[in-house]
Unconditional design. Structure first.
Ligand code: PLP
Length: 392
Protein backbone atom coordinates (compact mmCIF):
# COMPACT_ATOMS: atom_id res chain seq x y z
CA UNK A 1 0.00 0.00 0.00
CA UNK A 2 1.38 3.42 -0.99
CA UNK A 3 2.26 5.87 1.79
CA UNK A 4 -0.12 8.82 1.50
CA UNK A 5 1.69 12.07 2.32
CA UNK A 6 -0.57 14.51 0.48
CA UNK A 7 -2.93 15.49 3.28
CA UNK A 8 -2.83 19.17 2.30
CA UNK A 9 -4.50 18.13 -0.99
CA UNK A 10 -7.18 16.06 0.71
CA UNK A 11 -7.66 13.62 3.60
CA UNK A 12 -9.47 10.28 3.89
CA UNK A 13 -12.95 10.36 5.43
CA UNK A 14 -12.78 9.03 8.98
CA UNK A 15 -14.79 5.94 9.97
CA UNK A 16 -16.53 7.89 12.77
CA UNK A 17 -17.56 10.51 10.20
CA UNK A 18 -18.90 7.92 7.74
CA UNK A 19 -20.87 6.18 10.51
CA UNK A 20 -22.45 9.47 11.53
CA UNK A 21 -23.46 10.46 7.99
CA UNK A 22 -24.84 7.08 6.82
CA UNK A 23 -28.32 7.37 8.45
CA UNK A 24 -28.74 10.71 6.64
CA UNK A 25 -28.19 8.93 3.31
CA UNK A 26 -30.58 6.11 4.22
CA UNK A 27 -33.45 6.56 6.71
CA UNK A 28 -33.08 10.25 7.66
CA UNK A 29 -32.94 11.57 4.11
CA UNK A 30 -35.54 14.32 4.52
CA UNK A 31 -35.26 17.92 3.40
CA UNK A 32 -34.53 20.02 6.52
CA UNK A 33 -37.06 22.62 5.33
CA UNK A 34 -39.90 20.04 5.43
CA UNK A 35 -42.06 20.18 8.55
CA UNK A 36 -42.78 16.42 8.78
CA UNK A 37 -40.77 13.93 10.86
CA UNK A 38 -38.31 13.11 8.05
CA UNK A 39 -37.59 16.82 7.63
CA UNK A 40 -37.28 17.38 11.37
CA UNK A 41 -34.68 14.59 11.71
CA UNK A 42 -32.61 16.13 8.92
CA UNK A 43 -32.96 19.60 10.48
CA UNK A 44 -31.80 18.17 13.84
CA UNK A 45 -28.72 16.73 12.10
CA UNK A 46 -27.90 20.15 10.62
CA UNK A 47 -28.45 21.86 13.98
CA UNK A 48 -26.09 19.50 15.81
CA UNK A 49 -23.44 19.93 13.11
CA UNK A 50 -23.68 23.73 13.40
CA UNK A 51 -23.19 23.47 17.17
CA UNK A 52 -20.16 21.22 16.75
CA UNK A 53 -18.51 23.59 14.26
CA UNK A 54 -19.26 26.51 16.61
CA UNK A 55 -17.48 24.61 19.41
CA UNK A 56 -14.43 24.06 17.19
CA UNK A 57 -14.23 27.78 16.42
CA UNK A 58 -15.45 28.98 19.84
CA UNK A 59 -18.27 31.05 18.35
CA UNK A 60 -22.05 31.04 18.36
CA UNK A 61 -23.86 28.52 16.09
CA UNK A 62 -25.64 31.48 14.47
CA UNK A 63 -22.25 32.63 13.12
CA UNK A 64 -21.68 29.34 11.23
CA UNK A 65 -22.86 28.98 7.60
CA UNK A 66 -22.51 25.79 5.56
CA UNK A 67 -21.12 26.23 2.06
CA UNK A 68 -20.53 23.86 -0.87
CA UNK A 69 -16.73 23.93 -0.29
CA UNK A 70 -13.82 26.14 0.77
CA UNK A 71 -13.78 27.83 -2.64
CA UNK A 72 -17.38 29.05 -2.25
CA UNK A 73 -16.79 30.20 1.32
CA UNK A 74 -13.84 32.34 0.13
CA UNK A 75 -15.82 33.74 -2.82
CA UNK A 76 -18.86 34.60 -0.71
CA UNK A 77 -16.75 36.24 2.02
CA UNK A 78 -14.92 38.48 -0.46
CA UNK A 79 -17.52 39.15 -3.16
CA UNK A 80 -20.44 39.21 -0.70
CA UNK A 81 -18.63 41.77 1.46
CA UNK A 82 -17.66 43.79 -1.62
CA UNK A 83 -21.34 43.94 -2.63
CA UNK A 84 -22.19 45.19 0.85
CA UNK A 85 -19.41 47.82 0.68
CA UNK A 86 -20.60 48.98 -2.73
CA UNK A 87 -24.23 49.15 -1.58
CA UNK A 88 -23.09 51.38 1.30
CA UNK A 89 -20.75 53.49 -0.82
CA UNK A 90 -17.68 52.35 1.12
CA UNK A 91 -14.08 52.57 -0.08
CA UNK A 92 -13.07 50.19 -2.84
CA UNK A 93 -9.63 49.15 -1.69
CA UNK A 94 -8.79 45.57 -0.74
CA UNK A 95 -5.53 44.20 0.71
CA UNK A 96 -4.44 40.61 0.16
CA UNK A 97 -1.19 38.71 -0.40
CA UNK A 98 0.56 37.40 -3.48
CA UNK A 99 0.40 33.78 -2.20
CA UNK A 100 -3.35 33.28 -1.70
CA UNK A 101 -5.22 30.25 -3.02
CA UNK A 102 -6.84 30.78 -6.46
CA UNK A 103 -10.25 30.89 -4.73
CA UNK A 104 -9.12 34.16 -3.10
CA UNK A 105 -6.96 35.55 -5.91
CA UNK A 106 -9.83 34.93 -8.39
CA UNK A 107 -12.45 37.10 -6.62
CA UNK A 108 -9.78 39.77 -5.93
CA UNK A 109 -8.91 39.94 -9.63
CA UNK A 110 -12.61 40.09 -10.49
CA UNK A 111 -13.06 43.06 -8.14
CA UNK A 112 -10.04 44.72 -9.75
CA UNK A 113 -11.73 44.34 -13.13
CA UNK A 114 -14.75 46.12 -11.63
CA UNK A 115 -12.74 49.15 -10.53
CA UNK A 116 -11.51 48.11 -7.08
CA UNK A 117 -7.92 48.85 -6.12
CA UNK A 118 -6.24 45.68 -4.87
CA UNK A 119 -2.91 45.59 -3.02
CA UNK A 120 -1.15 42.21 -3.33
CA UNK A 121 1.38 42.22 -0.47
CA UNK A 122 4.69 40.52 -1.28
CA UNK A 123 6.13 37.88 1.05
CA UNK A 124 9.69 37.35 2.28
CA UNK A 125 11.72 34.41 1.00
CA UNK A 126 10.03 32.13 3.56
CA UNK A 127 6.51 33.12 2.45
CA UNK A 128 5.54 35.45 5.31
CA UNK A 129 4.18 38.97 4.84
CA UNK A 130 5.77 42.03 6.44
CA UNK A 131 3.18 43.20 8.99
CA UNK A 132 4.51 46.80 8.90
CA UNK A 133 3.98 46.82 5.14
CA UNK A 134 0.39 45.66 5.61
CA UNK A 135 -0.21 48.47 8.13
CA UNK A 136 1.30 51.00 5.71
CA UNK A 137 -0.90 49.72 2.87
CA UNK A 138 -4.08 50.57 4.81
CA UNK A 139 -5.65 53.71 3.37
CA UNK A 140 -8.84 55.65 4.08
CA UNK A 141 -10.67 53.66 1.40
CA UNK A 142 -9.53 50.19 2.61
CA UNK A 143 -12.63 48.17 3.37
CA UNK A 144 -11.49 44.51 3.10
CA UNK A 145 -8.34 42.63 4.15
CA UNK A 146 -8.07 38.95 3.21
CA UNK A 147 -4.95 37.05 4.27
CA UNK A 148 -4.69 33.27 4.46
CA UNK A 149 -3.87 31.71 7.82
CA UNK A 150 -1.65 28.91 6.45
CA UNK A 151 -0.35 28.50 2.93
CA UNK A 152 -1.20 25.17 1.29
CA UNK A 153 1.96 24.97 -0.85
CA UNK A 154 4.75 26.20 1.41
CA UNK A 155 3.13 25.88 4.84
CA UNK A 156 3.87 29.45 5.98
CA UNK A 157 1.71 30.83 8.82
CA UNK A 158 0.76 34.52 8.72
CA UNK A 159 0.49 36.84 11.78
CA UNK A 160 -3.31 36.50 11.87
CA UNK A 161 -3.78 37.84 15.40
CA UNK A 162 -1.90 41.08 14.66
CA UNK A 163 -3.71 41.56 11.33
CA UNK A 164 -7.08 41.03 13.03
CA UNK A 165 -6.19 43.60 15.70
CA UNK A 166 -5.16 46.29 13.24
CA UNK A 167 -8.20 45.57 11.04
CA UNK A 168 -10.65 45.87 13.93
CA UNK A 169 -9.00 49.07 15.18
CA UNK A 170 -9.47 50.61 11.72
CA UNK A 171 -13.00 49.22 11.24
CA UNK A 172 -11.93 47.01 8.32
CA UNK A 173 -13.55 43.65 7.48
CA UNK A 174 -10.89 40.94 7.92
CA UNK A 175 -11.34 37.55 6.25
CA UNK A 176 -8.92 34.64 6.52
CA UNK A 177 -8.78 31.47 4.44
CA UNK A 178 -8.13 28.94 7.22
CA UNK A 179 -8.77 25.88 5.04
CA UNK A 180 -5.44 24.22 5.97
CA UNK A 181 -5.69 24.85 9.72
CA UNK A 182 -8.44 22.82 11.49
CA UNK A 183 -7.25 19.83 13.48
CA UNK A 184 -3.64 21.01 13.15
CA UNK A 185 -3.70 24.23 15.17
CA UNK A 186 -6.34 25.53 17.59
CA UNK A 187 -8.73 28.13 16.13
CA UNK A 188 -10.45 30.50 18.56
CA UNK A 189 -12.36 33.32 16.87
CA UNK A 190 -13.28 34.77 20.27
CA UNK A 191 -9.55 35.55 20.83
CA UNK A 192 -8.83 36.97 17.38
CA UNK A 193 -10.98 39.76 15.98
CA UNK A 194 -11.56 37.89 12.71
CA UNK A 195 -14.65 39.05 10.77
CA UNK A 196 -14.92 35.98 8.52
CA UNK A 197 -13.11 32.67 8.11
CA UNK A 198 -13.35 29.82 5.58
CA UNK A 199 -12.92 26.08 6.12
CA UNK A 200 -13.20 23.01 3.89
CA UNK A 201 -14.34 19.58 5.14
CA UNK A 202 -12.08 17.43 2.98
CA UNK A 203 -8.96 18.90 4.57
CA UNK A 204 -9.92 17.52 7.97
CA UNK A 205 -11.38 14.05 7.37
CA UNK A 206 -14.90 14.92 6.14
CA UNK A 207 -15.92 14.36 2.48
CA UNK A 208 -15.21 16.69 -0.42
CA UNK A 209 -17.95 19.16 -1.30
CA UNK A 210 -18.66 20.80 2.06
CA UNK A 211 -17.23 23.95 3.60
CA UNK A 212 -17.85 26.49 6.33
CA UNK A 213 -18.09 30.25 6.31
CA UNK A 214 -17.77 31.75 9.79
CA UNK A 215 -19.20 35.26 9.85
CA UNK A 216 -18.96 37.31 13.05
CA UNK A 217 -22.27 38.56 14.44
CA UNK A 218 -22.95 42.03 13.09
CA UNK A 219 -20.67 41.67 10.04
CA UNK A 220 -22.66 41.84 6.83
CA UNK A 221 -22.17 40.15 3.52
CA UNK A 222 -24.69 40.21 0.69
CA UNK A 223 -25.58 37.10 -1.32
CA UNK A 224 -23.73 36.34 -4.54
CA UNK A 225 -26.24 33.65 -5.59
CA UNK A 226 -29.99 33.60 -5.11
CA UNK A 227 -32.34 30.80 -4.17
CA UNK A 228 -34.56 29.43 -1.44
CA UNK A 229 -33.10 31.47 1.40
CA UNK A 230 -31.20 28.65 3.16
CA UNK A 231 -28.21 29.64 5.33
CA UNK A 232 -29.81 33.04 5.94
CA UNK A 233 -29.85 33.63 2.18
CA UNK A 234 -26.05 33.97 2.09
CA UNK A 235 -25.45 30.45 0.79
CA UNK A 236 -28.81 29.33 -0.55
CA UNK A 237 -29.55 25.83 -1.89
CA UNK A 238 -31.02 22.71 -0.27
CA UNK A 239 -28.60 21.69 2.47
CA UNK A 240 -26.29 18.74 1.75
CA UNK A 241 -27.37 17.12 5.02
CA UNK A 242 -25.06 14.05 5.02
CA UNK A 243 -22.05 16.25 4.24
CA UNK A 244 -23.08 18.82 6.85
CA UNK A 245 -23.44 16.07 9.45
CA UNK A 246 -20.02 14.79 8.37
CA UNK A 247 -18.24 18.15 8.72
CA UNK A 248 -19.90 18.56 12.13
CA UNK A 249 -18.49 15.23 13.34
CA UNK A 250 -15.07 15.98 11.79
CA UNK A 251 -15.08 19.38 13.54
CA UNK A 252 -15.91 17.76 16.88
CA UNK A 253 -13.02 15.29 16.52
CA UNK A 254 -10.63 17.98 15.24
CA UNK A 255 -11.35 20.11 18.31
CA UNK A 256 -10.98 17.25 20.81
CA UNK A 257 -7.77 15.92 19.27
CA UNK A 258 -5.99 19.10 18.12
CA UNK A 259 -3.29 19.19 20.81
CA UNK A 260 -2.43 15.52 20.35
CA UNK A 261 -2.53 15.80 16.54
CA UNK A 262 -0.37 18.91 16.49
CA UNK A 263 2.26 17.14 18.61
CA UNK A 264 2.21 14.08 16.37
CA UNK A 265 2.41 16.13 13.17
CA UNK A 266 5.33 18.18 14.56
CA UNK A 267 7.23 14.95 15.26
CA UNK A 268 6.70 13.65 11.71
CA UNK A 269 7.57 17.06 10.28
CA UNK A 270 10.91 16.96 12.16
CA UNK A 271 11.72 13.49 10.82
CA UNK A 272 11.12 14.65 7.23
CA UNK A 273 12.98 17.90 7.73
CA UNK A 274 16.03 16.33 9.35
CA UNK A 275 16.39 13.69 6.64
CA UNK A 276 15.78 15.99 3.69
CA UNK A 277 17.46 19.30 4.56
CA UNK A 278 21.12 18.10 4.36
CA UNK A 279 20.72 16.95 0.71
CA UNK A 280 22.84 18.91 -1.74
CA UNK A 281 20.75 20.65 -4.39
CA UNK A 282 17.61 20.53 -2.21
CA UNK A 283 16.21 23.63 -0.57
CA UNK A 284 13.44 23.76 2.01
CA UNK A 285 10.82 26.20 0.71
CA UNK A 286 8.70 28.16 3.18
CA UNK A 287 9.80 28.70 6.80
CA UNK A 288 12.78 26.68 8.02
CA UNK A 289 11.62 27.23 11.63
CA UNK A 290 8.84 24.68 11.97
CA UNK A 291 6.97 26.80 14.51
CA UNK A 292 6.28 29.20 11.63
CA UNK A 293 4.93 26.36 9.47
CA UNK A 294 1.74 24.36 9.36
CA UNK A 295 2.27 21.18 11.46
CA UNK A 296 3.09 18.12 9.33
CA UNK A 297 3.92 20.20 6.25
CA UNK A 298 7.26 20.18 4.41
CA UNK A 299 7.96 21.64 0.98
CA UNK A 300 11.20 21.46 -0.96
CA UNK A 301 12.69 22.56 -4.27
CA UNK A 302 15.17 20.29 -6.02
CA UNK A 303 17.50 22.15 -8.30
CA UNK A 304 17.28 21.10 -11.94
CA UNK A 305 14.42 18.63 -11.38
CA UNK A 306 10.84 18.85 -12.69
CA UNK A 307 7.97 18.78 -10.20
CA UNK A 308 5.63 16.48 -12.11
CA UNK A 309 8.36 14.00 -12.90
CA UNK A 310 9.38 13.97 -9.20
CA UNK A 311 5.77 13.19 -8.25
CA UNK A 312 5.75 10.29 -10.74
CA UNK A 313 9.06 8.96 -9.41
CA UNK A 314 7.72 9.11 -5.86
CA UNK A 315 4.56 7.34 -6.98
CA UNK A 316 6.61 4.52 -8.51
CA UNK A 317 8.36 4.14 -5.14
CA UNK A 318 4.98 4.03 -3.36
CA UNK A 319 4.73 7.56 -1.97
CA UNK A 320 1.90 9.97 -2.83
CA UNK A 321 3.02 13.61 -2.65
CA UNK A 322 2.40 16.67 -4.82
CA UNK A 323 4.19 19.49 -6.60
CA UNK A 324 3.57 23.20 -7.00
CA UNK A 325 5.12 23.16 -10.46
CA UNK A 326 3.05 21.86 -13.32
CA UNK A 327 3.46 21.35 -17.03
CA UNK A 328 1.74 24.17 -18.89
CA UNK A 329 1.77 23.98 -22.69
CA UNK A 330 4.85 21.74 -22.61
CA UNK A 331 6.81 24.03 -20.25
CA UNK A 332 7.28 23.35 -16.55
CA UNK A 333 5.92 26.44 -14.81
CA UNK A 334 6.40 27.13 -11.10
CA UNK A 335 3.18 28.16 -9.30
CA UNK A 336 2.55 31.81 -8.45
CA UNK A 337 3.36 30.98 -4.81
CA UNK A 338 6.82 29.70 -5.71
CA UNK A 339 7.34 32.71 -7.95
CA UNK A 340 6.43 34.99 -5.04
CA UNK A 341 9.35 33.46 -3.08
CA UNK A 342 11.67 34.68 -5.88
CA UNK A 343 13.36 31.29 -6.18
CA UNK A 344 15.52 30.80 -9.25
CA UNK A 345 13.43 29.01 -11.92
CA UNK A 346 15.84 26.06 -11.94
CA UNK A 347 14.82 25.36 -8.34
CA UNK A 348 11.17 26.43 -8.45
CA UNK A 349 10.42 23.98 -11.29
CA UNK A 350 11.43 21.09 -9.05
CA UNK A 351 9.05 21.65 -6.15
CA UNK A 352 7.57 18.94 -3.95
CA UNK A 353 5.10 19.14 -1.07
CA UNK A 354 5.01 16.41 1.58
CA UNK A 355 2.10 16.75 4.00
CA UNK A 356 1.56 14.28 6.84
CA UNK A 357 -1.83 13.73 8.42
CA UNK A 358 -3.10 12.25 11.66
CA UNK A 359 -3.18 8.72 10.20
CA UNK A 360 0.48 8.70 9.15
CA UNK A 361 3.08 7.16 11.42
CA UNK A 362 6.65 8.16 12.22
CA UNK A 363 7.80 4.86 10.62
CA UNK A 364 6.06 5.83 7.37
CA UNK A 365 7.73 9.24 7.45
CA UNK A 366 11.17 7.67 8.10
CA UNK A 367 10.66 5.31 5.14
CA UNK A 368 9.26 7.99 2.84
CA UNK A 369 12.04 10.43 3.77
CA UNK A 370 14.71 7.83 2.89
CA UNK A 371 13.06 7.13 -0.48
CA UNK A 372 12.56 10.84 -1.16
CA UNK A 373 16.20 11.50 -0.29
CA UNK A 374 17.31 8.86 -2.84
CA UNK A 375 15.06 10.42 -5.51
CA UNK A 376 16.28 13.93 -4.68
CA UNK A 377 19.97 12.96 -4.81
CA UNK A 378 19.48 11.20 -8.18
CA UNK A 379 17.30 13.95 -9.68
CA UNK A 380 19.62 16.75 -8.69
CA UNK A 381 22.61 14.81 -10.10
CA UNK A 382 20.86 13.95 -13.39
CA UNK A 383 19.92 17.58 -13.89
CA UNK A 384 23.51 18.73 -13.20
CA UNK A 385 24.71 16.39 -15.95
CA UNK A 386 21.99 17.65 -18.27
CA UNK A 387 22.99 21.25 -17.57
CA UNK A 388 26.64 20.51 -18.39
CA UNK A 389 25.68 18.67 -21.58
CA UNK A 390 23.48 21.54 -22.69
CA UNK A 391 26.23 24.01 -21.87
CA UNK A 392 28.73 22.10 -24.03
N1 PLP B 1 -7.95 27.47 0.32
C1 PLP B 1 -6.88 26.68 0.53
C2 PLP B 1 -5.71 27.21 1.30
C3 PLP B 1 -6.85 25.38 0.01
O1 PLP B 1 -5.78 24.61 0.23
C4 PLP B 1 -7.98 24.91 -0.71
C5 PLP B 1 -7.97 23.56 -1.32
O2 PLP B 1 -6.97 23.11 -1.83
C6 PLP B 1 -9.09 25.76 -0.87
C7 PLP B 1 -9.03 27.04 -0.34
C8 PLP B 1 -10.32 25.33 -1.61
O3 PLP B 1 -11.09 24.42 -0.86
P1 PLP B 1 -12.10 23.44 -1.62
O4 PLP B 1 -11.27 22.36 -2.24
O5 PLP B 1 -13.01 22.92 -0.57
O6 PLP B 1 -12.81 24.24 -2.63
Amino acid sequence: MAIYLDNSATTPVRREVIDEMLPFLESDFGNPSSIHSHGMKAAAGVKLARQRVAELLNCSPSEVYFSPCGTYANNVAILGRARFVEANEGGRHLITTSIEHPSVIGPCQYLESKGWRVTYLPVDNEGIIDFERLKNAIADDTSIITVMWANNEIGSLQPIEEIAQVAVSRGIFFHTDAVQVPGKLPIDVSKHAISALSLSGHKFYAPKGIGILYLRQGENVMPTAFGGGQEMGILPGTESVPNIVAIGKAAELAGIEVIETERKLRLMQKILLEKLSPIEGLRITGPSDIDKRLPGHISVAISGAEGESLVMKCDLKGISVSSGSACHKGIIEPSSVLRALRLPDIEARGSLRISAGRFNTSEECEKAADLLAQIAVKSAKVSKETTIETAI
